[in-house]
Design a protein around this ligand. Structure first.
Ligand SMILES: [Cu+2]
Length: 248
């Protein structure tokens, strides 16, 4: 009797029905629900010679591609569908972060990238590759670091000690008050920031039913609040989801 049960368990495990987690890819797009707002140029009232040397600086608070209505700089991440705080299964290739450091630069009076995703254990390198001084003012809540330092031209500041948190950290430059960005920290690798067409891709994600949390700086929680919206990830395949972001 006992050996029969063991044989059944072994057969189930071999077929992937038990004990073995399967993996898939989640692809998606965040689109603007409504007429795409026009990109507005920020009023630059300081260091104009340098800051405007490559043209106007468009606001990045809500960036919508007029052709596809895709929304850029939206953060998306997976959570357990029942308990948003539960640990997610992590694929063996993603146990470690892809890089030790994540760089945010201030090349021409704006932060690049505008939205930064970090994984616990990674170092944020805030650099200044421009010819003028900037500062890096990190405003965190909770346990994440807050720091305010001048970064002279060609220099950088390294910041460690990041932990997954419900709120983003604001990154700003007080010399140029329009310069602003966001940092979010995760304790797993299943997050992404949308590109200029509003697209994102999360590879080697656990197959099954999860929730996708969607956050944008102007809209806040885009759908399903901080618990997210249900997504189904197919094993050994690619699943697609479209999220509609409505103007507030
Ligand atoms: Cu600045």
């Amino acid at each position: 009797m006992r050996s029969g049960i063991l044989a059944t368990v072994a057969a189930l495990a071999a077929s992937g029905g038990l004990m073995s987690q399967e993996w898939g890819t989640l692809k998606g797009k965040v689109v603007f629900g409504g007429e795409a707002p026009k990109a507005e140029a920020i009023k630059i009232d300081k260091d104009q010679d340098h800051c405007l040397s490559k043209g106007d600086i468009p606001s990045e608070k809500l960036v919508v591609d007029p052709a596809t209505k895709g929304v850029r700089w939206v953060m998306v991440w997976l959570v357990d569908s029942k308990d948003p705080k539960a640990a997610l299964p992590i694929h063996s290739s993603l146990k470690e972060a892809a890089s030790k450091e994540v760089v945010v630069d201030q090349p021409c009076c704006k932060f690049e990238p505008h939205v930064v995703a970090l994984r616990e254990g990674q170092t944020l390198v805030a650099k200044n590759s421009s010819p003028i001084p900037h500062n890096v003012n990190l405003v965190s809540t909770g346990k994440n670091p807050s720091k305010n330092e001048i970064v002279p031209p060609g220099r950088q500041v390294k910041v460690d000690g990041w932990v997954a948190a419900p709120s983003p950290t604001l990154i700003k430059c007080d010399i140029h008050p329009w310069m602003m960005g966001y940092v979010r920290v995760f304790n797993h690798p299943y997050f992404a920031v949308t590109n200029e067409k509003g697209e994102f891709e999360i590879k080697n994600a656990p197959a099954g039913n999860f929730n996708l949390v969607v956050w944008q700086e102007e809209a806040g929680w885009v759908t399903g609040d901080r618990k997210g919206t249900p997504v189904s990830i197919k094993a050994d395949g690619s699943s697609n989801v479209e999220i509609v972001l409505k103007a507030k």
